[in-house]
Design a protein around this ligand. Structure first.
Ligand code: AMP
Length: 444
């Protein structure tokens, strides 16, 4: 199959040739004809599957072939994205695909001054990429009207809900013309997403593309167990040992990002950080410098790093595991893209055992553990497997009995993830219990 057989027009084919896209990806093969035929779409596809071209190419074609010229302060197509970085990235892709078409494109998001955006919108734009909050601001200030809107794209809809944009989406829904084409892309289909889809879509065609990372043929993954307080030291050690050149590192919190960046910079390592507290211009600059290899280590929170497409990124390190297991797939999906191979290493401490177990259950794999000599944790990370079980160990009895009873009496005292006993290499795991998120198991 080729892009030409999917019915794309010559200026788009020319742009794809320049970009070196030869064969449509599965999501493109399904989405392009459906969107050209005017269907609404509900697509389960995440970043890395080629979904952006999947919706952008037919959208550009329809806007070129149909509909009136864009009016002042209007947009003919709106692409909603969860984060500023993703909005920039989607806009850059759309602009590349549209390079030979007489269409205008623009991206708006918060964290930067609204005035230049209002000025730019005066003449109207054919395709507007936006984050929900800034879109509403522009609408309320009469800088944007949506009555000319032909198509709405909800990109990474699950993430928009995760980030708390459901109210904004409900507001935007009220601003939209009833007659329009709507395309919804989401990595997962929770009840909330289905509810949103039920409200926004009209007889949608469902497309499902298997999440490319779950099988993870292209990303080699493993876990290094370590004590929490030694993570930074281990990171630097692994970095030097492996001669890492370009690494995207995920930390759980903004403070965690700042602390690691400070530590690395203090050691003379070329590192920078991005998270939601930093001004947009600083975030974009750090990202651009990382992409161009001026910065070697980029430390990020999930919010800031969602959906980023970094060419040939060889390595992702989870300095902390994500709280939401799905984020693990998104994180490791930053590497091993577009046919390349990549590595994803997770530094896991005992506190994170339940997160590790949830990730293994979601991705249906038991992650290989590699102990790093001199960094073996004092607080052992209990064994886990893909069934979602944590193999817990009894605490060391205070007064070991000479024979029998002691061990047995302690079988009921399972070690909680927040209170893990020191390593006891001589004791083999005795039984498996399901993972509970509640407190310590009650004594019988
Ligand atoms: P996306 O899932 O839209 O973020 O795209 C992931 C990456 O794949 C981007 O770097 C795209 O430029 C690239 N890509 C998308 N479609 C194709 C294709 N048909 N052939 C080659 N690369 C592609």
């Amino acid at each position: 199959m080729t892009f030409a057989t999917l019915g794309l027009i010559e200026p788009l084919l020319r742009a794809l040739e320049t970009l070196g896209y030869q064969t449509p990806t599965p999501v493109q093969a399904q989405a392009i004809p459906a969107v050209l035929a005017g269907r609404d779409l509900m697509a389960a596809a995440q970043t890395g599957t080629g979904k952006t071209a999947g919706f952008a190419l037919p959208l550009l074609q329809l806007l070129t072939m149909e509909g009136p010229k864009v009016a002042a302060n209007s947009a003919r197509a709106l692409i909603l994205c969860p984060t500023r970085e993703l909005a920039e990235q989607v806009h850059a892709s759309v602009a590349e695909y549209a390079q030979h078409l007489p269409l205008t494109t623009y991206a708006v998001y918060g964290g930067v001054s609204i005035n230049p955006q209002m000025m730019k919108l005066r003449k109207g734009v054919d395709i507007l990429v936006a984050t929900p909050g800034r879109l509403i601001d522009l609408f309320r200030q009469n800088a944007l009207k949506l009555n000319q809107l032909q198509t709405l794209v909800l990109d990474e809809a699950d993430r928009m809900l995760d980030l708390g944009f459901s109210e904004e989406l409900a507001n935007i829904y009220r601003m939209l013309p009833k007659k329009r084409q709507t395309l919804l892309f989401s990595a997962t289909f929770s009840d909330d997403i289905r509810l949103l889809a039920g409200q926004m879509l009209n007889d949608p065609l469902s497309i499902e593309v298997s999440p490319r990372n779950v099988a993870a043929n292209t990303v080699k993954q493993w876990v290094v167990p370590v004590d929490k307080k030694r993570k930074a030291e281990l990171f630097v050690h692994l970095m030097r040992k492996g001669r890492w050149k370009q690494v995207l590192v995920f930390a759980k919190t903004r403070n965690g990002v700042d602390a690691l960046v400070d530590k690395l910079q203090g050691l003379g390592i070329n590192a920078d950080g991005i998270h939601g507290d930093k001004p947009q211009a600083t975030r974009q600059r750090a990202l651009d410098r990382f992409k161009s290899s001026e910065v070697q280590i980029l430390v990020a929170t999930d919010v800031a790093a969602r959906g980023l497409d970094i060419e040939d990124l060889p390595l992702v390190v989870n300095f902390d595991l994500p709280i939401v297991a799905e984020d693990y797939i998104h994180r490791i999906g930053r590497t091993g893209r577009a046919g390349n191979t990549g590595e994803a290493i997770s530094l896991v401490c005992a506190d994170e055992v339940n997160m590790l177990s949830a990730i293994e259950m979601l991705t249906r794999q038991t992650l290989t553990r590699k102990m790093e000599p001199d960094f073996e944790p004092e607080h052992r990370v209990p064994d886990t497997d893909a069934s979602g079980q944590v193999v817990k160990k009894p605490k060391k009895p205070k007064k070991p009995k000479m024979s029998g009873g002691g061990g047995k009496r302690n079988l009921g005292k399972w070690v909680d993830s927040g209170d893990v006993a020191p390593a006891e290499p001589s004791i083999k795991p005795v039984r498996k219990v399901p993972v509970f998120n509640t407190g310590p198991r009650k004594k019988k």
